[in-house]
Design a protein around this ligand. Structure first.
Ligand code: MTE
Ligand code: MO
Length: 516
């Protein structure tokens, strides 16, 4: 009974949230848990669980809610008021989570209240039929005569477990489960169903004013080596969003405001009508460990971000571009980086398609050379020119760096551990990046021996990673390979191991393999 009350409340709340396109109470509680958990603990969780962190968090919340619900249900059988009081406490927790939520809007409390009412109705129905089933046969059940043939059986067992009330309870329970379960599933699906004019499938991207030539020999095609171009499907994803924002391009606008001469707002029609450019840019997450895979490269299509900023007229002193996504995440980017002529984009296309929802549909920022957390706002809807001294973005508030250029890095992909390779000639290969400086050289060494210069694939610019390859020969037994990159400023990545926080990991990636 307690479980079903919780299911009813949550299911109906999800349906209401889906219909109203507002914050889901369960996910809002999840966000609150993340927000009030000490950042160090959140990092431990992310380290341990990787991208399963969100599933674990949301399932954990569901398990706690169902557990508490089950206990309250047992108590409520004798003392119904406890059940309703528990529901009231759940409601208060839900409201406390959704009201201050960063993506809250005026209708945000409605799903919580609707869920609470549904829970109360379910509890009332269940209590009524549960009480009927617990009553001794024939005393409380008005349906007893119709089921008279069952009475002798239950009286021989000495319990009322098979009485008519029990069947009633099971039917009521099944009804509650079916209705609230489908409400919940439908609620979670609703945002994906909208297929209107602004939907991703009907958005037609224009061509770039000056399309890039096809890629040169950027891909060496070595088995096991990370492809030069990452498919949208395989592109890594890092975000604070427990639920994927699903925006409609028709309703999307971007405001540019703050320390500007003339605030402005552009919509998608205007944006797609402007001169768009293409650029190959490798995105990297600051949380990437040495050898990690939180990096991806693709061809982006978008408006140079400097255009609308110039049109609005950036006032002097506005050293920070504070961008906000539809889900309330904020990001602080140095104004001078965006205005210095590099391909800083308000991107609408990724890998020849509109941005996938997961990667910011309908528009996001991409700034070559800066880690994603200070540059790559997805679902961006607001840009405010301000000062670093006046306002701090989401991760800066949590102790991460304010300015975070991507560090020069190389990774060994081949051989992949735990790899057994034939002795004799062995191929070593990987990728290296130093966005917006460009990789000048990659060196590898086996078993702490001498450094050997690797061969680099051809890339068209300084904003992408580059594949590297080298050959060596090894004897049978255990070996290790290490790589280090030097960028075009002459800087060689240091061997010193530094953790990702606060501004990116350093160290040489080392991979073990066995020759046999
Ligand atoms: N709205 C929003 N945008 C965001 C983030 C986020 O949590 N929310 N994470 C940022 C971080 S930390 C990174 S590394 C990049 C990753 O972009 P991707 O998921 O498209 O690869 O998005 C950035 N943009
Ligand atoms: Mo990131």
């Amino acid at each position: 009974m307690g479980l079903l009350t919780v299911v009813a409340a949550l299911g109906v709340a999800e349906l209401a949230a889906g219909l109203l396109r507002t914050v889901s109470p369960v996910f809002a509680v999840g966000d609150t848990v993340v927000d009030i958990t000490p950042p160090a603990l959140v990092e431990v969780a992310i380290d341990l669980l990787g991208s399963a962190d969100k599933v674990v968090l949301v399932s954990g919340i569901a398990v706690v809610l169902l557990g508490v619900g089950a206990v309250l249900g047992v108590v409520a059988l004798r003392r119904p008021r406890v059940g309703y009081a528990g529901l009231a406490v759940f409601t208060a927790v839900g409201l406390a989570a959704v009201l201050p939520h960063r993506a809250a809007d005026p209708v945000t409390p409605v799903p919580v209240i609707t869920g609470a009412v549904a829970g109360a109705v379910a509890l009332a129905l269940l209590l009524r039929s549960a009480n009927a089933s617990l009553l001794p046969q024939g005393t409380g059940s008005s349906t007893a005569p119709a089921d008279a043939e069952e009475v002798p059986r239950s009286s021989t067992t000495g319990t009322s477990g098979r009485g008519p009330g029990r069947r009633g309870f099971v039917l009521t329970a099944a009804g509650v489960l079916a209705v609230s379960g489908s409400a919940g599933v439908l609620g979670r699906r609703l945002p994906a169903l909208g297929g209107g004019a602004g939907s991703r499938s009907s958005l037609a991207l224009p061509n770039a004013a000056d399309p890039l030539p096809p890629l040169p020999a950027a891909d060496l095609g070595i088995p096991g080596l990370t492809p030069f171009t990452t498919s949208n499907q395989d592109f890594y994803r890092i975000d604070t969003a427990l639920t994927l924002p699903r925006l409609d391009a028709d309703r999307w606008t971007l405001r540019v405001r703050g320390m500007v001469d003339e605030p402005l707002e552009i919509d998608m029609d205007e944006l797609l009508g402007m001169e768009l450019v293409e650029a190959d840019i490798t995105l990297t997450c600051v949380s990437n460990q040495v050898g990690g895979d939180l990096a991806g490269n693709t061809r982006w299509l978008g408006l140079p971000l400097a255009d609308p900023l110039r049109r609005a007229g950036v006032r002097s002193g506005a050293d920070q571009i504070l961008s906000t996504s539809d889900d309330g995440w904020t990001c602080g980017t140095p104004t001078e980086v965006v205005m210095d002529g590099r391909d800083a984009l308000l991107a609408v296309g990724m890998g020849g398609e509109p941005l996938p929802h997961a990667h910011g549909y309908p528009a996001r920022m991409v700034v070559p050379g800066l880690y994603g957390f200070v540059s790559a706002t997805r679902w961006v809807t607001d840009i405010k020119l301000t000062r670093f001294a006046d306002e701090q973005a989401y991760w800066a508030q949590r102790g991460w760096a304010v300015r975070a250029p991507i560090k020069t890095m190389s990774r060994v992909d081949v051989p992949a551990p735990p790899s057994r390779v034939a002795t004799g000639d062995v191929v070593l290969a990987g990728v290296a990046w130093a966005q917006h400086r460009g990789v000048d050289a990659v060196e590898v060494r086996v078993d702490d021996g001498g450094w050997q210069v690797a061969e680099l694939a051809e890339v068209s610019g300084i904003d992408t990673w580059v594949q590297w390859v080298a050959e060596t020969s090894v004897e049978p037994g255990q070996h290790s390979v290490e790589a280090r990159a030097t960028d075009t400023t002459g800087f060689t990545q240091p061997s010193e191991r530094v953790d990702p926080a606060p501004d990116g990991a350093t160290g040489w990636h080392r991979v073990q393999f066995t020759g046999e």
